[in-house]
Design a binder for this molecule. Structure first.
Ligand code: AGP
Length: 617
């Protein structure tokens, strides 16, 4: 997804914008550029490839000033090259714009602009925006009004920021639909704009988040917000609780590595203040769900994508077992196309770390239109999902920078556990003693996770050994059963998305219905075989793999001496209540995927073709 950073104030702007873009590199991109107002004129520097190329270009051809706008582009229309990189300028070079999202009607706009004699210099959809701004500017009497009018021509989700040499003290930002966030940072005598919090967090924690259909005039004094039909908006100023350090790598080699190892702490943060371990009560203050409404639900439908969908599959077990409510999980990208049967007795649960995934947001809109009560489990503060939901449970795991989701996964599983307990409390689904036990089980979770996340040389040895042995294999099969079946899916996704090794997750019982044909010495099998109600079945699956000369890496329970006689390699996790084992059994799979990817020299934090938040369909 594209990254945007803008600055207006009294400090040198180039370094602030470039540093901000570096904090957004994790979002995935393939070209970068910056526009700076210097000596009354706008100067643009752009290049394909990584930000380092732009930094080199700036060293050769420096520009600086107090108004600047930068962008990292994830190509949708037009190859990743210099002329398609943002910012884009109008013919006069006096107006520039950057965009996140897609202009769905750009062809017809481009044709009508070309018919008026306007030359296009790029293959992008974005360029139509800057030419429309130029066309509207004089009649509109200024950039803000030109932006407001221009957005009226656009179809599709867009987040844009524009500047002009004619108005040296401002940027104008606007948001249309769900094309990723627009955060406005309020400094003293300076103001920032960015597509995500980490880009500007070191400068200010006071932020405003633009909503769909709003635009902002951004000056050193602050930001004036209005709707696109011209109504002023008194926007809420959020005080971001994250500190800049939590958005930095620290002593870790990659953000993903840091985020894997901080999960014992992040789970503690997820639970803090929400579980009254004395009374056993849940305190989910943003859920905004009345007891009466909670008792009215006859089903839960969970919608999410990728890792968040797999967290939802774990949650299905938690919600059915604890809250006793029938629960289905649907890929958000499929949900709205099957005309789902949803009504006011449905609880729609959306799980989304970024809160900006366009498929998940569209699924939420679909469910809202059919009367469902919508709860979002979200990590990113000020994101669209939180705004359009009836109730919110934040993951509180701090900024997740690595494209491959790790701590957000475990946080969203625990959030569903808390939701299930809150629903059980409201509906008297299970007895108080049973509920009490389930609450007590949570207290041990961070300690148990810490045991699996042992970073000592002894704790790392098994992963380094397995990475050395298996980094060259081209295919993996992950098998799990019951509540650990989704963990097999998640483990396969982790491996494939950062190491580019083909990996499939499968319900273990399905292996004999096809995948067993694949088993041979060239296809390692990771089997989650913790000591739970389906352990014996997993042992027989492992035997079936071994009988066909397969290689088995087992995730087992500490103290299980038997499994070593069955599997080739064993990684253990502490014994835990069955409903919480997924939070433990996923950790070795995250670590294994990470070490294999490092062995392969992969770009762990920014895997090719991937984005941290998918804001295009
Ligand atoms: C997970 O490692 C992937 N990066 C991806 O599947 C991600 O989980 C998915 O795009 C959903 O993102 P969200 O949670 O921000 O909605």
């Amino acid at each position: 997804m594209c990254g945007i950073v803008g600055y207006v104030g009294s400090r040198p702007a180039t370094a602030i914008v470039i540093d901000g873009l570096q904090h957004l590199e994790y979002r995935g991109y393939d070209s970068a550029g910056i526009a700076v107002l210097q000596d009354g004129a706008i100067h643009v520097r752009r290049d394909a490839g990584k930000l380092s190329n732009l930094i080199k270009l700036l060293a050769q051809q420096p520009i600086d000033g107090h108004l600047a706008l930068g962008h990292t582009r994830w190509a949708t229309h037009g190859k990743p090259n210099q002329q398609n990189a943002h910012p884009h300028s109008d013919a006069s070079g006096e107006i520039v714009v950057v965009q996140n999202g897609i202009v769905e009607n750009y062809r017809e706009l481009r044709e009508s602009l070309q018919a008026e004699g306007i030359d296009f210099r790029s293959e992008t959809d974005t360029e139509v925006i800057v030419h429309l701004l130029a066309l509207n500017y004089s009649a509109a009497g200024g950039l803000a009004e030109a932006v407001r009018k221009t957005l009226g021509y656009l179809k599709g989700p867009s987040a844009i920021v524009a500047m002009t040499s004619r108005e040296p003290d401002r940027l104008v930002a606007a948001r249309l639909g769900n094309a990723g966030g627009v955060a406005i940072g309020l400094g003293s005598g300076e103001t920032f704009v960015a597509s995500d919090i980490p880009a500007i967090l070191e400068h200010t924690r006071r932020m405003i988040f633009l909503e769909d259909g709003q635009y902002a005039v951004i000056t050193p004094a602050g930001a004036q917000i209005a709707t696109l039909d011209g109504q002023p908006v008194a926007a809420e100023i959020h005080d971001i609780p994250w500190n800049p350090v939590s958005a930095a790598k620290g002593e870790y080699r990659h953000f993903m590595q840091k985020e894997i190892f901080e999960q014992a702490r992040s789970i503690t943060d997820t639970m803090r203040g929400r579980v009254d371990f004395d009374s056993g009560e849940m305190i989910l203050e943003q859920l905004r769900l009345s007891r009466e409404r909670a008792r009215s639900f006859d089903r839960i439908v969970t919608v999410a994508c990728g890792t968040s969908a797999y967290a939802g599959l774990v949650g299905e077990f938690l919600l059915e077992h604890i809250a006793r409510i029938p629960t289905d999980v649907d890929y958000a990208s499929e949900f709205r196309y099957r005309d789902p049967i949803i009504d006011e007795r449905t609880l729609l649960l959306a799980i989304t770390q970024s809160g900006e995934t366009v498929d998940t947001l569209a699924a939420v809109e679909e469910a809202r239109n059919k009367g469902a009560f919508v709860v979002s489990i979200v990590n990113a503060i000020g994101s669209q999902a939180a705004r359009i939901s009836d109730g919110v449970i934040t993951m509180r795991c701090g900024p997740e920078i690595g494209v491959a989701s790790t701590k957000a996964f475990t946080a969203s599983v625990v959030d569903q556990y808390l939701l299930a307990l809150a629903l059980a409390q409201a509906r008297d689904s299970i007895g108080p003693a049973h509920r009490r036990r389930l609450v007590d089980d949570l207290a041990h979770l961070p300690r148990l996770m810490g045991q699996v996340l042992d970073q000592s040389p002894a704790g790392n040895a098994v992963y380094l050994d397995l990475a050395e042995r298996f980094h060259g294999y081209r295919n993996f099969l992950f098998l799990g059963r019951g509540i650990n079946y989704p963990i097999a899916l998640e483990g396969a996704l982790k491996l494939k998305e950062i190491s580019y090794i083909h990996a499939e997750g499968y319900p273990a019982g399905e292996m004999k219905h096809g995948p067993i044909a694949l088993i041979d010495r060239e296809m390692p099998v990771v089997a989650i075989a913790v000591q739970d109600s389906v352990y014996d079945k997993m042992i027989s699956q492992i035997e079936q793999v071994k009988a066909r000369h397969g290689i088995v890496i087992a995730i087992a329970t500490e103290g299980d001496d038997f499994i070593a006689s069955k599997a080739d390699h064993v990684i253990t996790v502490p014994k835990a209540p069955s409903l919480l084992t997924p939070v433990l059994s996923v950790l070795p799979l995250q670590r294994l995927a990470y070490e294999i990817a490092v062995w392969r020299g992969a770009d762990v934090d920014q895997p090719r073709n991937l984005a941290k938040s998918v804001t295009v369909e």
